[in-house]
Ligand binder design. Structure first.
Ligand SMILES: [Zn+2]
Length: 118
């Protein structure tokens, strides 16, 4: 499966003042089956990723500048994008995502690279 990339735009008036990664399983509601093929409902996915981006920013008391999300089933991509900084929270998120991929190899993981507004 090809990776899907989606951006979420926040307050982009200034230069980003910081960044973090975020990882989540793509919610089932984001998919539709068409002729036995899994298709993405991009409008639903976009809303989910916006909520996730805003919630991640709020969690650490920041505002969103922008976020780049990648949907992937590739453990290497999860590791590369998920460890923007090698902190305990990012490592835990990556470990959890890799464990899920071992259980559900075709279950896409959304890996976000989030930048904070100044
Ligand atoms: Zn981190």
């Amino acid at each position: 499966m090809t990776d899907v990339e989606l951006s979420v735009i926040g307050d982009t008036r200034g230069e980003p003042s910081g960044y973090d990664s975020a990882i989540a399983a793509v919610p089932d509601g984001c998919y539709l089956m068409i002729d036995g093929q899994r298709a993405l409902k991009v409008n639903v996915l976009g809303r989910a990723l916006r909520e996730l981006s805003d919630a991640s920013a709020a969690n650490v008391g920041e505002r969103l500048h922008h976020a780049n999300w990648t949907l992937t089933t590739d453990p290497e991509t999860v590791r590369r994008l998920g460890l923007m900084h090698d902190c305990a929270a990012c490592r835990a998120g990556v470990d959890q995502a890799l464990a899920r991929l071992r259980e559900v190899p075709d279950g896409e993981i959304a890996v976000g690279q989030l930048w904070w507004a100044p």
